[in-house]
Design a protein around this ligand. Structure first.
Ligand SMILES: CC(C)(COP(=O)(O)OP(=O)(O)OC[C@H]1O[C@@H](n2cnc3c(N)ncnc32)[C@H](O)[C@@H]1OP(=O)(O)O)[C@@H](O)C(=O)NCCC(=O)NCCS
Length: 166
C-alpha cells in the first residue's frame, strides 16, 4: 500500500451498514415496444445501486471496474415495481465487490420474482483518479464468510479473464 493515501474514515464496517434498496415504478418511458423495461435501463440501475452501497462503505469516489455476466430471468412490465438490493460481499485492497439482486413486484398482488443477480467491482479513487485503500469489511457470520470466499474466487476468475483479454 506504499504511496496510496487512505480516506480519513478507514474504520471496518459491516455489510449491513452499507446495504441499499432502491425501488421505482416502471414507466412507459423505460420500456420497449413490448411494454417491458429495457435491459439497458436495468443495467444502469444495477450500476447505481451497486455504487451506492460501495460509496456508503468507502465514503470515497469510485469507478466501476467490472460487471460480471448478467442474465434477465424474467421481464418486468410497465406498472410493476423494480427493486434493487445491493450489498458489499468482500473488500480487497483498493477494490470491493458488491452483489445486486433485482426483483420485479406486481403492485396489485405483491408477487415478487428475482429477475437478475449481478456482481460488480468498484475501485476507490481520489478526485485525481489515484487509487485509495478501502475500509475493511467486518465478516462475522458463517454466511458472510462463505459470501466473501465466493467473491475471492470470482475476483481471481475476472482478473484471469482480464489478463487473457489484455
Ligand atoms: C478499473 C481501473 C481503475 C483499474 O486500473 P488498473 O491500472 O488496471 O489497476 P490495477 O491493475 O492496479 O488494479 C487496481 C484494482 O482494481 C482491480 N481491478 C482491475 N481491473 C479489474 C477488473 N477487470 N475486474 C475486477 N477488478 C479489477 C484490481 O484487482 C485492483 O484491486 P485491489 O487493489 O483491491 O487488488 C482502470 O482500469 C480504470 O480506470 N478503468 C475505467 C473505469 C471506468 O471508467 N469505469 C466506468 C465505466 S467504463
Amino acid at each position: 500500500m506504499a504511496g496510496l493515501k487512505g480516506p480519513a474514515y478507514m474504520e471496518a464496517k459491516r455489510a449491513s451498514e452499507s446495504e441499499t434498496e432502491m425501488v421505482q415504478v416502471v414507466l412507459p418511458n423505460d420500456a420497449n415496444p413490448l411494454g417491458f423495461i429495457l435491459g439497458g435501463t436495468v443495467m444502469h440501475l444495477i450500476d447505481i445501486a451497486g455504487a451506492i452501497a460501495c460509496h456508503r462503505h468507502t465514503r470515497t469516489l469510485l469507478v466501476t471496474a467490472a460487471v460480471d455476466d448478467l442474465q434477465f430471468l424474467h421481464s418486468i412490465k410497465i406498472g410493476d415495481l423494480i427493486i434493487l438490493k445491493s450489498r458489499v460481499t468482500c473488500v480487497f485492497t483498493t477494490s470491493l465487490e458488491v452483489q445486486v439482486d433485482v426483483f420485479s413486484e406486481e403492485t396489485l398482488t405483491g408477487r415478487r420474482l428475482l429477475t437478475s443477480r449481478a456482481f460488480l467491482t468498484f475501485v476507490a479513487v481520489d478526485k485525481d483518479g489515484r487509487r485509495l485503500p478501502v475500509p475493511p469489511l467486518l465478516v462475522e457470520t458463517e454466511e458472510e464468510t462463505r459470501v466473501c470466499a465466493e467473491a475471492k474466487v470470482r475476483r481471481e476468475q475476472r482478473l484471469r479473464r482480464k489478463m487473457a483479454n489484455g
